[in-house]
Design a protein around this ligand. Structure first.
Ligand SMILES: [Zn+2]
Length: 240
């Protein structure tokens, strides 16, 4: 994949596989629409119980192909020790300037894993900083127009849902590319809830979200700013 690419959508997450699990369906849907999509992973995942750093890099590349990404990069920050500091913000700002995405997807700010929370904060600040003319980073000043927060399993305050019914199975294939994390013999030792593997968790979550908007499967996102609506009468969805 290229070092630089002009993107429509850039997803940023702490670990390889976070993007696939939280917004993989949306990313595949965007790629199918002809949008140029990319992923930035902050850490290589070397602190995970299973799989080496090399395994996870190969898996991320394979998963990226299934997502239809034109760009994927890993910053190599220390796994489980990602710090919110200026140097890390500048590393992300550098990628934002290189890829100039209109839309950036970052993790919801409320998180159990400290890396996910750090990533949310770093990525938001980097989007702002990338637009400062005097920032000590190569390239022209650039700010993404829109930032949306991907919902992780525990987040509930969704602003909108995206129908991923036609893309759910492909999303599962992208997650399955992380063999070191989710192969059957691994999940047997890595049970999240008795008898429930990652695919079951994703399916239950996506189906429960989809049910709220009358589709089979959906992914959820949160916005910090309100949406301007000219014609609320034509707003999609049903209240009762
Ligand atoms: Zn993660």
């Amino acid at each position: 994949m290229p070092d630089t690419a002009k993107l429509d959508v850039l997803a940023i997450a702490a670990h390889p596989d976070d993007i696939e699990i939280t917004c993989g369906g949306f990313m595949i849907r965007m790629a199918d629409l002809g949008r140029k999509t990319g992923a930035l992973d902050l850490a290589a995942g070397e602190m995970g119980t299973f799989g080496s750093e090399t395994d996870r890099a190969a898996e991320a590349a394979a998963a990226g192909k299934i997502l239809g990404l034109v760009y994927r990069h890993n910053l190599g920050l220390p796994d489980s020790a990602i710090e919110v500091n200026q140097p890390n913000k500048l590393k992300i700002a550098d990628v934002i300037r290189r890829t100039q995405p209109e839309l950036v997807i970052i993790p919801h700010w409320e998180q159990r894993h400290p890396d996910h929370a750090a990533c949310s904060c770093l990525a938001f600040d980097a989007c702002f900083l990338a637009g400062l003319k005097k920032l000590d980073v190569d390239g022209e000043p650039f700010r993404p127009r829109k930032i949306i927060y991907a919902s992780y399993f525990r987040n509930k305050d969704h602003s909108f849902l995206v129908d991923i019914s036609d893309w759910f199975e492909t999303k599962c294939r992208a997650v399955a590319a992380y063999q070191s994390q989710f192969a059957e013999e691994v999940t047997a030792r890595r049970i999240l809830v008795p008898g429930v593997d990652i695919y079951e968790m994703m399916r239950v979550r996506a189906a429960a979200l989809g049910q709220q908007v009358g589709v089979q499967y959906a992914e959820a996102f949160t916005l910090k700013e309100p949406i301007l609506y000219d014609d609320p009468q034509k707003m999609p969805g049903q209240s009762v």
